[in-house]
Write a protein that binds this ligand. Structure first.
Ligand SMILES: Nc1ncnc2c1ncn2[C@@H]1O[C@H](COP(=O)(O)OP(=O)(O)OP(=O)(O)O)[C@@H](O)[C@H]1O
Length: 252
């Protein structure tokens, strides 16, 4: 299988704080990988490093064989940020957000053409937000906002999708819709990495998982990574006892 995400020996500091310590993760193209860890374990930092937004002190990163910068320039990466990282008062409509996915496709005039508008309409349709296209993004529910950002990635035709806590603040129905959408996107050969502290959402969605706590604690098939002894080693016996699939299965 060809490499989708390949990070080798990645170490990141913020000043004195060690956020990632010698992290090596290889995800084959076309897989959904769950990135699991407690708050502050380095999940967002790994995404930022993969996108070339923070520069590792050491290590190398290749995305579909390219550097993060090149992958970004080619429009291969879509990022669905944590809700807290977005200014929801910014006056843009849902359709505007999705059109941002087309920026890399716009011609010299930088004006959307019929093909761009069609791609936006198709992406909105796919995530079930056609009726809300003209609404301000800030007026949407948590789940609808997430779907709008996934639509931006679809309009972009990104080959790699990074989703930071996609189920936080999302109702169960939207969670199911997003999960179904991600499975369909995986079926199209896209590589997906999803960070979550919510172990319950992992089995239905991910082919494999990485447990991080600055370092990689475990990486592999779900039955290995989610084994009670691995979870207990990482998060303590209490979390391991709340098995994935339980409502209480979380690692906050
Ligand atoms: N810009 C920054 N400046 C200084 N320290 C930071 C910065 N961003 C993150 N950190 C620190 O780096 C470590 C890893 O943070 P990171 O946000 O990557 O973790 P996380 O697993 O995504 O956590 P969360 O689930 O809370 O978002 C934490 O100790 C955090 O306090």
């Amino acid at each position: 299988m060809s490499a989708g995400i390949s990070a080798h020996g990645v170490t990141v500091h913020y000043g004195e704080t060690l956020a990632l310590d010698d992290v090596t993760v290889d995800v084959p193209a076309g897989q959904v990988c769950g990135l699991l860890g407690m708050n502050g374990s380095g999940k967002s930092t790994l995404f930022k490093a993969l996108m070339g937004l923070v520069r590792p002190d050491h290590g190398t990163i290749r995305l579909l064989g390219r550097s993060p910068r090149q992958a970004r320039r080619e429009g291969l990466i879509a990022y669905v940020p944590q809700s807290e990282a977005v200014d929801w008062t910014f006056p843009v409509t849902v359709a505007d957000v999705v059109m941002m996915g087309r920026y890399g496709h716009l011609g010299l005039t930088r004006r959307p053409r019929a093909a761009d508008r069609a791609a936006v309409a198709a992406a909105l349709e796919r995530v079930g937000l056609t009726d809300l296209a003209g609404n301000p993004i800030g007026a949407l529910s948590g789940g609808q906002r997430k779907r709008a950002f996934v639509a931006r990635g679809i309009a972009q035709d990104a080959r790699l999708l990074f989703l930071d806590e996609p189920f936080a603040g999302v109702d169960k129905r939207s969670e199911a819709t997003i999960a179904e959408l991600l499975r369909a996107l995986r079926g199209e050969g896209r590589t997906i990495m999803i960070s979550t502290h919510d172990l319950a959402s992992v089995p239905a969605l991910c082919d494999e998982a990485v447990l991080i706590q600055q370092r990689v604690i475990a990486h592999g098939p779900l039955d290995e990574v989610l084994a009670p002894e691995t979870l207990a080693r990482t998060f303590g016996a209490e979390v391991a006892a709340a098995r994935p699939g339980d409502e209480a299965g979380g690692v906050r």
